[in-house]
Design a protein around this ligand. Structure first.
Ligand SMILES: [Zn+2]
Length: 276
């Protein structure tokens, strides 16, 4: 079912979102010269949807250019082939109205902070020129998530060094900020984004990754993601963050750097919440 804000999307964005044909290369092909306002970077093809799908939808609804970069194809997953996962990622890209999605194919389960990985990501940053990056927190159980956070932070720095030029002729570039998601319980959010109006569509995007989720009567080895309760847990986590701002759903992010505030009055648009 469509939600309130969806029909109000700018026409150009709907065209872009719907114009993506089913051929994979059209989604995973880089678009030279594209500038992405908000780029979510996940280790595996469903991570960005799970942790930041609502924020990507909200930003797209506000008219920003959004995209996802997957560090790996998810080929080491217990369930689903890389080909199935690529199709699912393409479907989710359409649900989220992304301008761009690509995979760096750096090795699921083998992702480490190497010079090659940094170089690949620096090239992507200089090509896509993302203003804001959303990515994993560095304290997570999955080693690929940890490595993603490390590679992203290193590459974001190196991409700004003019003399660090593994990609000839491409201008240096440094993102404005890195917002980390998937926060461990001992990390308080630096900010939360109200995604209440996009919770249902976010779940649609996650459900695109059907090979990973519970299938009634389905066989195969089970994982934490294929548990019946998985989507409820994702929902509960974001409802919990929603209570912090007296909304139904929110996504939480941690920013390591100090936040620059030009207008403290505008920063606080509503009365204080009851829960801390
Ligand atoms: Zn993952």
């Amino acid at each position: 079912m469509e939600q309130g804000p969806w029909p109000e999307w700018p026409g150009r964005r709907i065209e872009k979102a719907l114009a993506v044909p089913d051929r994979l290369e059209s989604v995973f092909m880089s678009k030279n010269g594209a500038v992405i306002d908000v780029l979510a970077i996940g280790a595996h093809p469903d991570d960005a949807e799970i942790h930041a799908g609502g924020t990507l939808l909200r930003m797209a609804a506000l008219g920003y250019q959004t995209g996802i970069l997957d560090m790996t194809r998810g080929e080491s997953s217990t369930r689903g082939t890389p080909e199935e996962r690529a199709l699912e990622a393409a479907q989710a890209a359409r649900v989220l109205g992304l301008l761009h999605r690509e995979t760096l194919d750096l090795g699921d389960g083998r992702l480490v902070d190497t010079l090659d990985a940094r170089t690949a990501l620096v090239a992507a940053f200089r090509r896509l020129r993302p203003r804001i990056i959303l990515t994993h927190h560095w304290e997570e159980p999955h080693p690929d998530h940890v490595a993603t956070a490390q590679i992203v932070r290193a590459a974001a720095y190196l991409a700004g060094l003019a003399a660090w030029s593994p990609t000839e002729g491409v201008e240096r570039y440094r993102p404005h900020a890195i917002l980390h998601f998937g926060l461990p319980r001992w990390v308080p959010p630096s900010l939360v984004v109200d995604v209440s109006d996009w919770a249902e569509r976010k779940e649609q995007a996650i459900r695109c990754h059907a090979s990973q989720l519970h299938a009634p009567g389905g066989g195969g080895l089970q994982t934490s993601v294929s548990a019946v309760s998985f989507l409820n847990h994702v929902d509960a986590r974001h409802r919990s963050y929603g209570t912090l701002i007296q909304e139904t759903h929110a996504e939480a992010f941690f920013v390591r750097e100090a936040l620059v505030v030009n207008d403290p009055v505008q920063l606080f648009p509503r009365p204080m919440g009851l829960f801390q």
